[in-house]
Design a protein around this ligand. Structure first.
Ligand SMILES: Cc1cc2nc3c(=O)[nH]c(=O)nc-3n(C[C@H](O)[C@H](O)[C@H](O)COP(=O)(O)OP(=O)(O)OC[C@H]3O[C@@H](n4cnc5c(N)ncnc54)[C@H](O)[C@@H]3O)c2cc1C
Length: 564
C-alpha cells in the first residue's frame, strides 16, 4: 500500500475542511457512494504505476460516485467551496496511460461509472448519445439485444468506454472517421468548473433535433477543449456510428524492397482518404531477422541494398500491408480489385493475396478463428474482433509487469507514441532519427529495427517506443530504482525527439508535463493560452489540475514535480 493512501489530504486543504467537503459529497450522492478508506480507494490507483508504493504515487484522497448530472453539479459546487481538486473518470480503465489515477496526488476522484445509460441510438441516422459510464461492451450488448443495424468502433481493452477513451483521444480500428474517436464525437453536455451546465454544437440550441448531426453549431466550438484538457466534466456525449455493412473483405499486399514502401504508402493513403479502406495494417517480416548478425549490421548502417539482398536471400518481403473493405460483396470485391490495380501500377513487383470474404454480421466462430487466409509464409496481423467492433478483453493479457507477474517482458506497458508524417520517406527518416537518439542516450548500444511503425489515427503514423528501447538490464529491473531509471530514459528520449520534431499524441500523467513541453512553439504560447483559459473559467483550480500539462494558478508549482 502506498504511504498514506486512505489518510492523505488534498493539497492545501485542512483536515477539518476535508471532513466538511466529504459531508457535502455524502449529502449530494448518498453516504454509500463516498469512499475514503484504503481498500475502497485501491481501485482508483494505477496498478502499473512506475511510482507504485512511493510517497509521491498519484493516489486520490477519496472517491465520489454521482449518479446524475445534478449530483455531478453538487459535487463540483462543494469542491469549489473548499478548493478541493477533483479528477473525473468515466469507466476508469485508462491503463497504459495512467489508469484511473489523477495528475495531482490527493485529488478526489469523481467516478462516473454509475451514469451508464444509452440515452439515444438511431440506426437510420447512425448515432448514439451516451452517459460517461457506458463501456464498449455495454453499447455492443445494447445494439445486439435490439438487433440494430449499426456497429461501434471499439478500442482495446473492451471494458473501457466511449467517452473516456475519446476524451483521451483514443483510437480504434475500422474506417478513419469512426476510429479517430474524438473526431467521431458529435455534441457534448458538460458540467463546467463553477457547476453550470453547457451543451456544445446544436445542443446549445433549445429544441434542435440535430445535436448528433452537426457538432459545430455556431461560433467557436469549445468541444475540443475537453479532450486531454481540464475545463469541465463531460456528462453526455454523442458519437457517429458506422452503419452495419453487408460484407467485409481483406487482402494482403507484399512488396519486396525497402524502398517500395514509399509508393506503397502513397497508394494506401489514396485509398484511405477516399474512404475505400478501413485501418490498413502495415508490418515487416524483416523483424523476424533481428537476431541475424548480418541483418543487424545492415540495419544499423541503414544499408538499403544489403537489407534488400538479405531479405531476398531469406525469402522475405520487406513490407506488407493488409487492407480491409466494408460494403457489399460486390463493392468490396470491386474495391479490392481496384486496390490491386493501383498497387501494381505503383509497385509492379508487388504480390497481392485474397484474404477473408465474410458476410456481416460475422459469427463468433469467424471472429475467434485462429487460422488466417494467406498461404505460408505470409501471415496476418488482422484482429477480426476489433475490425468488426466486437469488444473483448483478451488484449489484457499483455499489460505488463505487475506484482503477480514481476518478470513480464513488458515494462508496465509504458512507452512513447510519437507522431510521424504519413509517408514512406518520413518513416525511413524516423527510423534513422530514432536509432540516433538511442545511440546518444545509451552510448555503446544500438537500436535495430526494420519496421518501427503503426498507423495511429486516420492521417498519421505513430512510432511506438516501448520495452524494446530499454537496455536489458534496465528492462528487467523491477525495483523502484529500476523503474525510475526507465522513466528517466523515456524523459531523455522525449526531449531528443522533440528536438527532431516528433511529439507524442498521448501520455500517462507522470509524463504529461514532459509531453506538453514538446509543444513549445513561440515560447509555449499554446500552454500560456490554455492556462489563461483555465484560470479564467476555473479560478479555484479544482478540475483535474495538471491534466494535459495544464496547471491552474493554485497548483502551478506542481508542474514538473514528478521529474526526479
Ligand atoms: C493492452 C492494452 C491495449 C490497449 N489498446 C488500446 C486501443 O486499442 N486504443 C486506445 O485508444 N487505447 C488503448 N489502450 C489504452 C486504454 O486502456 C484505453 O484507451 C481505455 O479505453 C481508456 O480507458 P477508459 O475508456 O476507461 O477511459 P477513462 O479512464 O474513463 O478516461 C480516460 C481519461 O479521460 C478523462 N476523462 C474521462 N472521463 C471524463 C469525463 N467524463 N469528463 C472529463 N474528463 C474525463 C480523465 O482524465 C481520464 O483519466 C490499451 C491499453 C492496454 C493496457
Amino acid at each position: 500500500m502506498a504511504a498514506g493512501v486512505g489518510t492523505i489530504l488534498p493539497p492545501g486543504v485542512s483536515a477539518d475542511d476535508f471532513a466538511a467537503v466529504l459531508r457535502q459529497f455524502e449529502a449530494a450522492v448518498g453516504k454509500d457512494w463516498v469512499f475514503t478508506n484504503d481498500e475502497d480507494i485501491h481501485p482508483y490507483r494505477d496498478y502499473f504505476s512506475i511510482l507504485k508504493d512511493q510517497n509521491d504515487e498519484l493516489v486520490p484522497s477519496a472517491a465520489v460516485c454521482p449518479a446524475s448530472v445534478e449530483e455531478v453539479q453538487a459535487v463540483v459546487r462543494a469542491a469549489n467551496r473548499f478548493k478541493v481538486p477533483l479528477y473525473a473518470i468515466s469507466t476508469g480503465k485508462n491503463f497504459a496511460y495512467g489508469g484511473p489515477a489523477p495528475n495531482l496526488r490527493g485529488s478526489v476522484t469523481v467516478d462516473l461509472k454509475r451514469m451508464n445509460r444509452v440515452l439515444e441510438i438511431d440506426e437510420r441516422r447512425n448515432f448514439a448519445l451516451v452517459e460517461p459510464g457506458v463501456s464498449y461492451m455495454d453499447l455492443y450488448r445494447y445494439i445486439e439485444e435490439r438487433g440494430l443495424k449499426v456497429m461501434i468502433d471499439t478500442a482495446d481493452v473492451g471494458w473501457g468506454g466511449l467517452m473516456g477513451n475519446a476524451l483521451d483521444r483514443g483510437l480504434g480500428y475500422t474506417l478513419g472517421l469512426y476510429r479517430d474517436h474524438i473526431s467521431a464525437h458529435y455534441g457534448m453536455e458538460v458540467v463546467l468548473p463553477d457547476g453550470e451546465l453547457m451543451r456544445t454544437g446544436m445542443g446549445a440550441m433549445p429544441g434542435s433535433k440535430a445535436w448528433q448531426e452537426y457538432k459545430h453549431g455556431f461560433g467557436p466550438d469549445p468541444s475540443g477543449l475537453f479532450a486531454q484538457g481540464n475545463y469541465g466534466i463531460v456528462v453526455k456525449m454523442g458519437f457517429r456510428l458506422m452503419p452495419r455493412p453487408e460484407h467485409w473483405r481483406t487482402g494482403l499486399i507484399t512488396v519486396p524492397k525497402r524502398a517500395d514502401f514509399i509508393p506503397l504508402v502513397d497508394t494506401v493513403n489514396y485509398l484511405s482518404d477516399l474512404f475505400v479502406i478501413g485501418e490498413p495494417l502495415y508490418s515487416s517480416p524483416l523483424q523476424s531477422l533481428l537476431t541475424d548478425p548480418e541483418f543487424q549490421k545492415a540495419a544499423i548502417a541503414f544499408d538499403e541494398a544489403a537489407l534488400d539482398r538479405i531479405a531476398a536471400a531469406n525469402n522475405r518481403h520487406s513490407w506488407q500491408v493488409e487492407l480491409q473493405f466494408y460494403g457489399s460483396e460486390k463493392s468490396t470485391l470491386a474495391n479490392w480489385e481496384w486496390a490491386k490495380e493501383l498497387i501494381l501500377r505503383a509497385v509492379p513487383q508487388a504480390n497481392c493475396f485474397d484474404g477473408d470474404s465474410l458476410k456481416v454480421p460475422v459469427t463468433q466462430a469467424q471472429i475467434d478463428a485462429a487460422e488466417h487466409p494467406y498461404p505460408a509464409p505470409y501471415t496476418s496481423v488482422m484482429r477480426r474482433n476489433v475490425m468488426h467492433g466486437v469488444p473483448k478483453l483478451y488484449m489484457w493479457r499483455s499489460p505488463g509487469r505487475t506484482d503477480n507477474d514481476p518478470n513480464s517482458w513488458n515494462e508496465t506497458h509504458i512507452g512513447l507514441f510519437s507522431v510521424v508524417a504519413r509517408s514512406g520517406e518520413a518513416v525511413f527518416q524516423a527510423q534513422k532519427d530514432f536509432a540516433d537518439v538511442v545511440r546518444r542516450s545509451r552510448p555503446g548500444e544500438q537500436y535495430v529495427s526494420a519496421a518501427l511503425i503503426t498507423p495511429l489515427q486516420w492521417h498519421q503514423f505513430g512510432f511506438f517506443i516501448g520495452n524494446s528501447f530499454f537496455g536489458t538490464a534496465t528492462r528487467n529491473d523491477n525495483s523502484p530504482e529500476g523503474k525510475l531509471k526507465q522513466l528517466k530514459e523515456l524523459r531523455a528520449v522525449l526531449k531528443m525527439n522533440a528536438q527532431l520534431g516528433y511529439g507524442d499524441y498521448r501520455a500517462p500523467p507522470i509524463l504529461q508535463d514532459d509531453v506538453a513541453d514538446q509543444y513549445s512553439f513561440n515560447n509555449h504560447q499554446l500552454r500560456r493560452f490554455n492556462e489563461a483559459l483555465k484560470d479564467a473559467i476555473d479560478p479555484n483550480g479544482i478540475l483535474s489540475p495538471g491534466r494535459g500539462g495544464i496547471w491552474p494558478k493554485a497548483h502551478r508549482a506542481n508542474r514538473g514535480a514528478l521529474r526526479k
